[in-house]
Ligand binder design. Structure first.
Ligand code: FUB
Ligand code: ZN
Length: 674
């Protein structure tokens, strides 16, 4: 295990001032959070209903009236089915609606609010969030159980379907929110709710009790976080228990399925683990070597595993994390930092199966990849982890939200033809425009929470070293060998690639390490100390005093990128990147039929960088040389081959995150090359 285990700085120690990212964070505070609160309360006309506040209130009423589970009994459902009010009838006051994991949406919202309050206190926002906290508290049962689905539909069925029914997932999100709320406000109210639910869960599935583990992971990393916040070992023990049970035989998922089958008088299933690959429960976690199954779950599991490796020094777990990392980023990650090649089960596909148009690349999965990357960085500060984290954050995560913060993508394809996705069943998961909300709205509040906690991704520190991972302008209070210094980080990753770090106050001895980004291998960094390049970080060691500076230059060269020849879908295609940004072509700039464009990546001298305004935001755009295949009139479906006729053209590219902010149209990340 590396002796360089690092921790993110407390959120309030990193004040983001970067023009680009502060706009994103402000947008979340001023537009996204109020919008999402309205969504959770079903007040957005024309948007899919959330039912979050409805379910919470209904559960709170049922609990107050001691009528748990009395109101409404929907047919037995899987997580894939949503309960809606009966056609033409208003919702029942005591009915549960939505997906079984609907509770989690509000928890994520609350977590985002807590981060925002940490960096910028706001009494009105805190009051609103307190309403949500009070509502959640009221929806908790006497024994600590908290899940509106089961409280409203039949508590006696609680914990009978861990595989699909997400109780432990909701607990995980509740816990993440509770820790963030405690850190923001100093209040224990939500933390106590999480603890009480945690104890109710541990009572049933804790060490020495019934074997069980989450069907959708997140509880693992949330429990480690609760342990780190409170120092209470019971949470670490429960997280470990979940990790240890996962993938062992007899499979707990098979056992619970068998209990249901037996009740129905049906034939029971073999209790082997292999059948639960989709849930990452096909083998013991320390033996895992390939990213498989549902992509968000896989990323969340890997994050929890990395926490376990970090907090317990478990070498076998670390090795498993490294293998999962290699599988993810070497074989299964989109150039945009998205993961999940297939919509069938929102899942990882086989290695190198990365189709552009049918891609799933769920926003939450890219967020999960950023979680995993940050944790791998904490274990070992290697630039490649930060490269991937940056790729996910700057591209797929941001693409998940419109520039005005009021509509969202769940699926993030790399090629869109609106006419195709509006008519072709195989593309029914791909939306050509962002949506106001979703029946399954996991992604929008997930974006809100990760962007609001951006400070946790910029830097991490050990006892004697501060690692700068992301070049996002900010003021950072760090501690080196017990002494505090305040640094200012200025960075321009939209134009020059110039970075400056200056010590504003304090004096401390130790190392300040700067990442050499994968996209700027000829970059340089200078300070009064000599630097040592290790694992892709320039290490500057010495005494730091006010006025000291480090300057770095990371050339923002435009790069033409090809995928491995093993990726069938992008064979012969090229995509452009510049710094952390991945680019795409849109119909708005380049006309229809983007598949007829031919990029000319060898003509590098003709590439131009410029600025473009998109919905009020100035983004760095590119113009690259290319050709357009001409289409003669009345061309038959088949004709004798002849060299395609082309005309010279300039292809305009914009950063992928900003696509679809100028109306509906075609989009392509990968262009055919000449
Ligand atoms: O199942 C909960 C969340 O909903 C998952 O993380 C997403 O993939 C969506 O299925
Ligand atoms: Zn999602």
């Amino acid at each position: 295990m590396s002796d360089k285990i690092s921790a993110p700085l407390p959120l309030r120690s990193v004040r983001v001032s970067d023009p680009f990212w502060s706009r994103e964070m402000d947008l979340i505070r001023t537009a996204v959070i109020p919008y999402q609160w309205d969504a959770l309360n079903d007040r957005i006309p024309g948007a899919a209903p959330s039912w979050w506040a409805h379910n919470m209130r209904a559960a709170a009423r049922a609990i107050a009236a001691k009528k748990v589970g009395g109101g409404y009994a929907p047919v037995q459902q899987n997580c894939g089915f949503v309960v809606s009010p009966e056609e033409g009838k208003p919702p029942m006051e005591d009915g549960f609606y939505g997906f079984v994991f609907q509770d989690s949406d509000g928890y994520k919202w609350l977590e985002a609010v807590a981060y925002q309050l940490t960096v910028k206190p706001d009494a009105a926002l805190q009051k609103q969030a307190q309403e949500a906290v009070d509502l959640i508290r009221a929806a908790q049962e006497e024994d600590g159980y908290l899940n509106t689905y089961y409280s409203l539909t039949g508590r006696e069925n609680a914990f009978t379907n861990l595989k699909d029914h997400h109780e432990l997932y909701c607990f995980g999100h509740l816990t993440e929110a509770a820790v963030a709320w405690k850190q923001a406000t100093g209040k224990d109210d939500l933390l106590d709710v999480a603890r009480r639910f945690g104890r109710c869960i541990a009572e049933k599935f804790g060490p020495g009790k019934e074997r069980g583990c989450p069907g959708h992971e997140i509880a693992e990393m949330a429990l480690y976080r609760l342990y780190e916040e409170t120092g209470e070992a019971e949470w670490k023990d429960l997280a470990q228990r979940f990790l240890d049970v996962r993938g062992t035989e007899p499979s707990t998922f098979a056992l619970e399925e068998n209990r249901r089958l037996k009740k129905e008088g049906k034939k029971e299933l073999p209790v082997t683990a292999e059948r639960y690959r989709y849930y990452q429960a096909h083998k013991p976690v320390r033996e895992m070597d390939e990213a498989v199954g549902h992509a968000v779950r896989q990323m969340y599991l890997a994050s929890g595993m990395a926490d376990e490796a970090r907090l317990t020094g478990d070498e076998a777990m670390l090795k498993a994390c490294e293998r999962l990392w290699r599988s993810t980023v070497n074989e299964k990650m989109y150039v945009t930092g998205g993961v999940g090649g297939t919509h069938v089960g929102e899942a990882f596909s086989r290695p190198f199966d990365l189709p552009s148009d049918t891609a799933y690349s769920e926003t939450c999965a890219a967020i999960g990849l950023a979680f995993f990357a940050r944790r791998m960085l904490q274990l070992t500060p290697k630039a490649e982890y930060a490269d991937v984290m940056e790729r996910a954050l700057y591209n797929t995560v941001l693409a998940g939200m419109a520039l005005d913060g009021k509509s969202f993508f769940y699926v993030n394809p790399l090629e869109v033809d609106p006419a195709a996705c509006e008519t072709d069943e195989r593309l029914s998961h791909v939306k050509p425009v962002r949506q106001k909300w979703f029946g399954c709205a996991c992604c929008p509040p997930n974006i809100a929470r990760i962007v609001s906690s951006l400070g946790q991704y910029i830097a991490t520190q050990t006892e004697d070293a501060l690692y700068i991972h992301l070049y996002i302008g900010s003021e950072i209070k760090a501690t080196l060998n017990g002494q505090e210094i305040t640094l200012r980080l200025d960075a321009d990753l939209t134009n020059t690639g110039h970075v400056e770090i200056s010590v504003l106050s304090g004096e401390a001895e130790g190392t300040v390490a700067l990442r050499l980004p994968g996209w700027a291998q000829n970059g340089s960094a200078e300070a009064k100390q000599n630097s040592r390049l290790q694992n892709g970080y320039f290490h500057f060691t010495g005494v730091w005093r006010a006025g000291d500076t480090i300057t770095a230059d990371f050339p923002m060269t435009v790069q033409a990128i090809a995928a491995s020849p093993l990726v069938r879908e992008t064979s012969g295609q090229v995509c452009y990147t510049r710094g952390p940004w991945v680019y795409c072509a849109e119909e708005e700039d380049n006309g229809k039929c983007l598949h007829l464009l031919r990029a000319c990546p060898e003509r590098t001298a003709e590439v131009q960088c410029s600025e473009k305004e998109i919905d009020g935001l100035t983004v760095p755009a590119l113009t690259v040389p290319g050709k357009r295949v001409t289409m003669p009139e009345n061309v038959p479906l088949y004709a004798p081959w002849s060299k395609p006729q082309t005309t010279e053209t300039k292809i305009t590219l914009i950063p992928y995150f900003a696509w679809n902010n100028r109306g509906k149209g075609e989009m392509r990340v990968w262009l055919q090359s000449e």
